[in-house]
Design a protein. Sequence first.
Length: 277
Amino acid sequence: MSREIETVAADRALKVKHRTMWALGDYPAVATQIIADLGPILVDACRLRPGDRVLDVAAGSGNAAIPAAEAGATVIASDLTPELLEVGRQLAAERGVEIEWREADAEALPFTDDEFDVVMSCVGVMFAPHHQVSADELVRVCRPGGTIGLLSWTPEGFIGQMFGTMKPYAPPPPAGAQPPPLWGNENHVRDLLGDRVTDVVANRQTVSVDHFEQPEEFRDYFKACYGPTIAIYNGIADDPDRVAALDGDLAELARRHAHGTGTMGWEYLLLTARKAT
């Protein structure tokens, strides 16, 4: 087998793994119960206008796509995981908005060049493994003068630290895959987008999370609902000592960030830019 064929096969296997991972647990619950504010924040930052053609990349169950449609935009929500899209369809119907839901890889979007007025992603595209490829696709499908809007967890914030906490318990990442929280580093995103964009506005902000009274409640919720956490626990399920160690590490992380109040601030980077004309 040639190296090129091996690379293609490995990439396909990785995408299948990601698709399966995000179908674990109940990510739509996380999106609606814990971080529901983030979608509307991104939509507001993108300054959508009624009639705008909007693509939400790695949309999950639509935490940004649905508010965009409610603002009057014509929205396509794309995601690698069909189970999330199906939940999104149900949520959109309940909210009385029409959205086109498309199964799609953020690294190979099935859309034409310059197709959308706004291309956005809310803690979504950051999880695609090859950052430059994903960034190239975001720029490609956005029209000249259009808006690219990204909301991503920062490396230094709570979720970035959570991934750092889980890393020793996870298998090594495939060659070429980059850590998701790098999308929360402004310089990294500027480098990815390069001189193809102008008018970059980037701010670090926090979302307040008061859903968990005790650190162990956070840990147990993410063990039950959050695909990446579930996948790591599945990988160490036959080693009770490692399971117990990760249990302790995640609870301690939440304890440090709650400062005894039960409320945590989860930091993210909110970045918007214009595609150069």
